[in-house]
Design a protein around this ligand. Sequence first.
Ligand SMILES: Cc1ncc(COP(=O)(O)O)c(C=O)c1O
Length: 318
Amino acid sequence: METDVPNQARSYDILESVGNTPLVELRHVPVKSGMRLFAKLEGMNPSGSIKDRIARAMAEDAERQGRLRPGDTIVEASTGNTALALALLSRQRGYKLKVVMPTRVAPGIAELLGLFGAEVVWCEPRVGMKSAIDAARSLAGEPGHVALLQFENAANVRAHYEGTAAEILSALPQVDAFVAGIGTGGTLTGAGRRLKEANPKTLVVGVEPRFGEQLQGLRSLEEGYIPPLLDLSLLDGRYLVDAKAAFHRARALAHSEGLLVGVSSGAVLDAALRLAERMERGNIVMIFADGGWKYLPSYLTSFKPHDALHDADDIAWW
Ligand SMILES: Cc1ncc(COP(=O)(O)O)c(C=O)c1O
């Protein structure tokens, strides 16, 4: 077989395949006329989520600063995706990994982490992510332990400014609205800033679970913890989505587009469709932060479509 790619130009490093994910138009989801929906499929990253971007950026930053050396133990608080991304990176780069995780995460994630040789340190879900972060920070006091602290690490924001948003703009120069979930706030802050620099009229919209609801990977600002990386001044609005609506949208997307995405992507789609109703015309770019495989058991068993009714007034604009 002929190839015009010279051998020395090839990279055999799996971490080189982070980013450059496809931006695809959803052509089978009914949307208001004049509006087009585009999804950045972050589940196509090597560990299956957008968090591969920040895992690599934070680790390389720490390596450059001499804070992280092969043989060290990375400690991180995560509800799943960052942990899985760091598990891949740790195996590749010769680190050990300890993950502080609240007990209420998608089933199977701890087993997966075990498979990758990571150690899980459980904490109570009711004490919230703040305590998991504090626990990670105190573990990092032990010799050879390094906390990357995704909730406050500037490399998180930079990965989305330099990567995610730059890729979006090269695929689609006209972005009228950008919709992404709020976890650490890294995606919204990094990508939102770059998109607004390119076009100050681009609406930047965050998605969060309704107060008291659990949506894997996302957090409610109403719970009182505002992630330090989240630049609220960039946000034009927030949509609150309940778990049932998010599940329903994710399942419906599998049916209409053949795309299996995570629950937070269902929430983002729900918000984008509500936003589309308020816009005249234009392109909405959504971040689908992960694939749906790890949520599969609950997709197949939970919620009937008619459970998905939600209160359309649940929008916060400012
Ligand atoms: C599934 C999922 N969606 C969305 C997000 C939000 O991304 P960010 O942390 O950049 O705000 C996360 C973050 O953990 C996530 O795991």
